[in-house]
Write a protein that binds this ligand. Structure first.
Ligand SMILES: Cc1cc2nc3c(=O)[nH]c(=O)nc-3n(C[C@H](O)[C@H](O)[C@H](O)COP(=O)(O)O)c2cc1C
Length: 210
């Protein structure tokens, strides 16, 4: 099984977790926000997305990335790993939303309790948490600890749950792809389409995608 791990982090906990997972899976670990190998889906069979919870901004960059990858993950296994302080119950619906964007071949999800160090937050984040605190009556202080052993346990579980998975064959694998130079629509086939189904440009607007 070829893996790739990405992380979506603000304060580094999701990155630490992602690195522990990548080490166990013996694969590359990259920030989901940077141009990277994840966009070349031919280099992995299983994509592991790790993100820290951030209220309404949870997994924002991960979702953006998946929107850019639309239609490319049908023949990939997807693993979603959330890391947060109190959203364990919310996590399945967040993970389900991510699954809906990616539409992968198979899907697994894992949650790890996170940590919060208030003095590492930006003033904006402290203000956001201040509002949250007012709404919920919950006092926001330093909470939790990043536990490398829990992280290693999750990594072990991911390895065990995915290593025997069949590697799905992409029916479009090996086929030529063409990209519309105006709107970015990707067409699979020996020749470009007569016109672009999204922006109506003629076949000449299509360039081979390598
Ligand atoms: C602005 C902000 C919002 C947060 N919102 C949530 C939340 O909705 N649910 C949750 O479980 N944890 C929440 N947390 C806690 C973080 O998920 C936790 O600190 C996590 O370790 C952050 O991951 P990171 O270090 O990779 O950014 C929030 C933290 C901050 C700073």
């Amino acid at each position: 099984m070829r893996y790739l791990v990405t992380y979506d982090t603000q304060h580094g906990s999701a990155k630490r977790l992602a690195q522990i997972i990548a080490q166990r899976l013996d694969c590359l670990c990259v920030n989901v926000d940077t141009p990277f190998q994840a966009e070349d889906e031919s280099v992995y069979d299983t994509l592991v997305l790790v993100f820290g919870f951030r209220g309404p901004y949870t997994a924002q960059l991960t979702k953006l990335f998946l929107n850019n990858m639309k239609g490319k993950l049908h023949y990939k296994h997807l693993v979603v790993v959330g890391e947060g302080l109190f959203s364990e119950k919310e996590f399945p619906s967040v993970a389900e939303g991510i699954r809906g964007i990616a539409e992968p071949y198979s899907f697994r999800q894992y949650f790890m309790k996170g940590q919060l160090r208030v003095n590492t937050l930006t003033p904006e984040e402290q203000a956001l948490l201040g509002k949250f605190s007012q709404l919920t009556g919950m006092q926001i202080t330093d909470m939790g600890e990043f536990d490398p052993e829990t992280a290693a346990g999750i990594a072990e579980q991911i390895a065990a749950d995915t290593k025997e998975l069949p590697i799905p064959e992409d029916p479009n694998g090996g086929q030529k792809k063409w990209i519309c130079s105006v709107c970015g629509y990707v067409h699979t086939g020996d020749t470009p389409p007569e016109s672009c189904p999204t922006c109506r440009q003629p076949a000449s607007a299509f360039k081979p995608l390598t």
